[in-house]
Every structure is written in structure tokens, then in C-alpha cells.
Design a protein around this ligand. Structure first.
Ligand SMILES: [Mg+2]
Length: 233
């Protein structure tokens, strides 16, 4: 698949990935969220792990409570509604800690984009409970359009989810930067949608021939804003 084109022409909007880009999600936190979910459901983590992994697409393309209802039926599992509610609560508690402390430079970068009048978007593969956490976080008021897979019924790297974000931003996808840590082949998907995809290089050795940055504040320079509002934004 071809790499992103170099940044050229005015960038009219910047679209970000969520996990590991704007909000940290270390592997141990991810594991903890899963383990506590399993225990709240009265399941051993090792017995839930397989079905959980195999049903990620269902979990991240619809409401979480509907997904859990379906999983319970599929597994003929004995957890009750109270246990299911508790599982959703513990997930929010674990993931919520990440939203309480966004990634380094995230709030600063989004605040500067906002001050420049640059529309900011977000495209995330996530479960539906992220909506409340996102909107209530320091990032919420700084993001103009957030497309969550659980609400859109689409997942990265499907180019359609990126095109949806661009449409909602009212900006041609070809005038959007997409910035992400590279999971789920998101950079290829964003490129296929016409965006200029930028790797936020967290040292994870994601192969990417397009532009890359080592920290979120570098987005402003890369987009050519240089601290000033771009023309016609
Ligand atoms: Mg990510």
C-alpha cells in the first residue's frame, strides 16, 4: 500500500486518533480493564479471553450493553444484569483514569489549534462507553467532531470512517491531516480516504514511509501553521 503523500497545500483540519495518541492506553491498563470486566461478569479471564478477542468488531461497532447481551447469549453465560452493569462500571473506571491524564502535549496542541480556528476531529476504534468519558474530559470541548466506531458502525482502517469525519468537519479529506500512533492500519486507511496521514512515533516500530512526528505539538509546524492561522481557515 502506498505511503502518505508529503504535506502539501494548506491543511484545513486536523483529525486525531484517540488511544495512545490523545489518551494513553498502556498494555497493563488494557489488561486490567479486561481482567476486571471478566471478574465482574463472574468469568475467569482466561475463559473470556478468546470470545472477547474474536468479537472485537461487534464490541466496537455498536452499543456496549447490546454487545454484552449478545455475548451472554452466545456463551450461554450465567451473569445477570447487575453483574453486567458492574462490568461496564469497572471498565469506565479503568479507562477513565486515562482520560483524566491525556497524553503529553494533547491538551496544549488542541488548544492551540482551537485558538488558530482550525477544526479538530477525532476518529477512534472504541466501545460506546468512550463517548461519555471523552465528552467529560479536558479534550471534549477541544474536539469539534468525534467519530467513534461504536456509533458509526464502521472501524478503521475503512476509509469511510475517515471520510465521515471529513464530511462532518465540512472539510475536503484531501485538506485533512490525520495523526495517529499507527494501530489498526489507520494510516493506510486515512491515506486511502485522501488524508495526509502522520505517524505519531511512539517508538513501536510501525513501518510508515510518510511523515512522522515525535510529539503532538509538532503537528502545528508540520501543518505549516507556524503559530499563525492558515489562510482561509
Ligand atoms: Mg491509537
Amino acid at each position: 500500500m502506498s505511503a502518505a503523500a508529503p504535506v502539501r497545500g494548506p491543511v484545513r483540519a486536523v483529525v486525531f486518533d484517540l488511544w495512545k495518541t490523545l489518551v494513553p492506553l498502556p498494555d497493563d491498563v488494557k489488561r486490567q480493564a479486561f481482567t476486571e470486566t471478566a471478574r465482574a461478569l463472574g468469568m475467569r479471564p482466561e475463559e473470556l479471553a478468546g470470545p472477547w478477542a474474536q468479537t472485537r468488531v461487534r464490541r466496537e461497532t455498536g452499543p456496549l450493553d447490546v454487545y454484552l447481551d449478545g455475548l451472554r447469549a452466545d456463551l450461554d453465560a450465567p451473569w445477570d444484569d447487575a453483574q453486567q452493569a458492574e462490568a461496564m462500571r469497572v471498565r469506565r473506571a479503568v479507562h477513565g483514569r486515562g482520560f483524566a491524564r491525556p497524553a503529553e502535549g494533547a491538551v496544549e496542541t488542541l488548544t492551540r489549534l482551537k485558538a488558530l480556528g482550525v477544526p479538530v476531529g477525532l476518529v477512534s476504534n472504541c466501545s460506546s462507553d468512550v463517548r461519555d468519558m471523552l465528552d467529560a474530559s479536558a479534550l471534549g470541548p477541544l474536539i469539534d467532531v468525534s467519530v467513534l466506531s461504536a456509533e458509526a458502525g464502521l472501524m478503521k482502517p475503512d476509509p469511510e470512517i475517515f471520510l465521515l469525519a471529513a464530511r462532518r468537519l465540512g472539510v475536503d479529506s484531501g485538506a485533512c491531516l490525520y495523526v495517529g500512533d499507527g494501530h489498526d492500519d489507520e494510516l493506510d486507511g486515512a491515506s486511502m480516504a485522501g488524508m495526509t496521514a502522520v505517524l505519531l512515533d511512539l517508538g513501536e516500530d510501525h513501518p510508515w514511509a510518510g511523515p512522522r512526528i515525535g510529539g503532538l505539538p509538532e503537528v502545528l509546524e508540520l501543518a505549516g501553521y507556524g503559530g499563525r492561522a492558515p489562510d482561509a481557515v
